[in-house]
Design a protein around this ligand. Structure first.
Ligand code: DGY
Length: 378
């Protein structure tokens, strides 16, 4: 494989930080150069292999910002630690590509970027919901194919959302934001499945319901499902917002798909392997009324055979967080994580990370997932 091009910023910086992809905006780079870092950025769009990253770390490297497409395994963290490194941040909120125990064992803090993807990702989940349920992509292809010969009473009938039931699996930040958009925007009833009760979300829906009733409209409801199958059997729309780990891999398999309503919509903006994609292909082929909207895929960037041929599936290339504000915010948080560890700043104690995006950067690390294990929160 041909060697990749790297751009060096602040060549005289005291601490060396590698960044495996070009990142949007400038604030992230200012944060690292203000921390007296020499910053080396790979300008290739190819996914870097472990060997390529190992080679770039070399003998002396203090920190790294990596991508969700890369395999940050224990060996890589051992290499980084041997080169004098203590800091890593994923350029993502999800970190299923990172061996966190391996990083902890090597004494390396692992950052991620929560709090700037919430609405942006939820908005894409909403877009996929409507594109699938109202058959937007399929109808677009029909128009472009010159097949529209005039208005017809039954052309491209889809789902009516108002008054239906939306189900979310995972009621964390993004799941809850999506739920509110669907409940508030479309007056849907909510059912959620999560290990933990989300009382804030329940109260929000209850208050919104009171507001609707006060305006002479029907109430809306919110309940936490006892089981996943309970949710799947009642929801018209099911949107996935879980992390990917051993407990959620293939959470939605052939059996669970069969539990869903035949004309339900399944949306995934979390991680591809949460759905058994081959089973989904079979299910969608056998049930043309069932629709799916997918931002993520099991073997990304590949798709399982048959998926791309299905008219009842809308597919986009893992772009749920792709707005300028969010992607620049992610870069800022990733850089602030690395710079804070290198400067031995404490952990940011608040959920709200927006102070990192404007004005003076707080002297803290916005989000370090193994902070407790490494005693960085003291
Ligand atoms: C994440 O951050 O985990 C998303 O999947 C990419 O935006």
């Amino acid at each position: 494989m041909a060697p990749k091009e790297w751009t060096v910023h602040n060549p005289d910086g005291k601490q060396r930080v590698i960044v495996t992809k070009e990142l949007p905006g400038n604030r992230w780079l200012d944060i690292l150069t203000d921390a007296r870092c020499r910053v080396e950025v790979c300008s290739s769009d190819d996914v870097l292999t472990v060997d390529e990253i190992t080679e770039r770390i070399g003998d002396s490297c203090h920190g790294a910002i990596g991508q969700l497409t890369e395999d940050w395994n224990a060996g890589l963290f051992a290499t980084l630690a041997a080169a004098g490194g203590t800091a890593y941040s994923n350029y993502a909120v999800g970190y299923n590509n990172v061996d966190v125990p391996g990083a902890t064992a090597a004494g390396i803090g692992v950052g991620n970027t929560p709090g700037v993807l919430t609405e942006t990702t939820a908005e894409m989940a909403v877009s996929l919901t409507f594109s699938a349920g109202r058959r937007v992509a399929e109808a677009d292809r029909f128009m472009r194919g010159g097949r529209y010969l005039g208005w017809l009473p039954s052309l491209f009938m889809g789902m009516r959302f108002c008054g239906g039931t939306v189900g979310i699996i995972g009621a964390g930040r993004i799941g809850a934001a999506y739920a509110r958009m669907m409940v508030e925007g479309h007056k849907m009833n909510l059912v959620y499945f999560d290990l933990y009760r989300n009382e804030t979300l329940e109260q929000y829906v209850s208050d919104y319901s009171d507001f609707l009733v006060a305006h002479g409209e029907d109430s809306v409801t919110c309940r936490r499902a006892e089981t996943l199958d309970d949710l799947l059997s009642v929801a018209d729309v099911v949107s996935l917002h879980t992390v990917l780990d051993d407990t959620t891999r293939h959470l939605i398999d052939a059996e669970r798909l069969a539990t869903m309503k035949p004309d339900a919509i399944l949306v995934n903006s979390s991680r591809g392997p949460v759905i058994d994609e081959a089973a989904l292909v079979e299910h969608c082929a056998a049930n043309p009324q069932f629709t799916a909207g997918l931002d993520v895929f099991e073997d990304e960037p590949a798709m399982k055979p048959g998926l791309a041929e299905l008219d009842n599936v809308v597919i986009v290339p893992h772009i749920a967080s792709a707005t300028k504000w969010t992607r620049e915010g992610m870069a800022t948080l990733a850089a602030a994580n690395v710079a804070a560890i290198l400067r031995e700043y404490p952990l940011w104690e608040r959920d709200d990370v927006l102070p990192f995006l404007l004005g003076d950067v707080p002297r803290a690390a916005p989000s370090i997932v193994n902070a407790a294990e490494l005693h960085l929160n003291q």
